[in-house]
Design a protein. Structure first.
Length: 166
C-alpha cells in the first residue's frame, strides 16, 4: 500500500463529499428538508445518511462486523431514519456532523492497513463468509457518497434550478 494510493483515496473522497455538500450551499433548513421529486429523499436527509453510512464503514475498518450491530431490525430502522432531516435539526448541524465524520474517516484512511479484511454481517446481499478488505470498504464509501451526491443534485435542481455540475 503506497502513500499515493492513500492520497488518491482521500482525494476521491474529498471530491465526492464536496459535490454532496455543494448541493446544500445556500439552502435554508426548510429547503434542505423539502421533497422536490417523487422520491422521499431530501438534500439534508441525504447528507445525514451519508454521514451515518460513512461512520458505520469507518467503524468496520477498525472493528469489523461489530460496527454494524447485532440487531438487524434496529439497524434497518436506523438506516431508514438516517434519510430524514427532522424538524428539530438544522442544515448547519448536519453539515458539521458530516465534516467531523469525514475528518475521522480521513484519519483512518491515512493509517489503516488497507489489506486487512473483516467478515461482513450475514444479510440477503452478503452471504455467510463474505469478507472485505479495508480498501474495498473505503471504495464502497466513495461509491455511496458519489451516488448520493447525484441524488442530492437532482433534488436541488428540482428545488430551485441550481446544479452542482453542468
Amino acid at each position: 500500500m503506497s502513500d499515493r494510493e492513500r492520497s488518491d483515496l482521500l482525494d476521491t473522497l474529498r471530491h465526492h463529499r464536496h459535490l454532496l455538500r455543494h448541493t446544500a450551499f445556500g439552502l435554508r433548513d426548510d429547503q434542505a428538508r423539502t421533497r422536490s421529486t417523487v422520491s422521499e429523499l431530501t438534500v439534508g436527509g441525504l447528507i445525514q445518511h451519508v454521514t451515518r453510512m460513512e461512520s458505520r464503514w469507518a467503524g468496520f475498518l477498525g472493528r469489523g462486523t461489530e460496527a454494524f450491530g447485532t440487531d438487524p431490525e434496529a439497524a434497518h430502522a436506523a438506516h431508514r431514519a438516517s434519510f430524514v432531516m427532522r424538524e428539530d435539526q438544522t442544515l448547519e448541524e448536519i453539515l458539521a456532523a458530516h465534516a467531523a465524520q469525514a475528518a475521522r474517516t480521513d484519519d483512518l484512511v491515512r493509517s489503516v492497513d488497507l489489506d486487512a479484511d473483516h467478515a461482513l454481517p450475514v444479510t440477503p446481499w452478503w452471504p455467510e463468509g463474505t469478507r472485505w478488505t479495508c480498501r474495498r470498504a473505503i471504495h464502497h464509501v466513495v461509491a455511496e457518497t458519489a451516488q448520493h451526491a447525484g441524488h442530492a443534485d437532482i433534488i436541488r435542481e428540482a428545488l430551485d434550478g441550481q446544479k452542482s455540475m453542468g
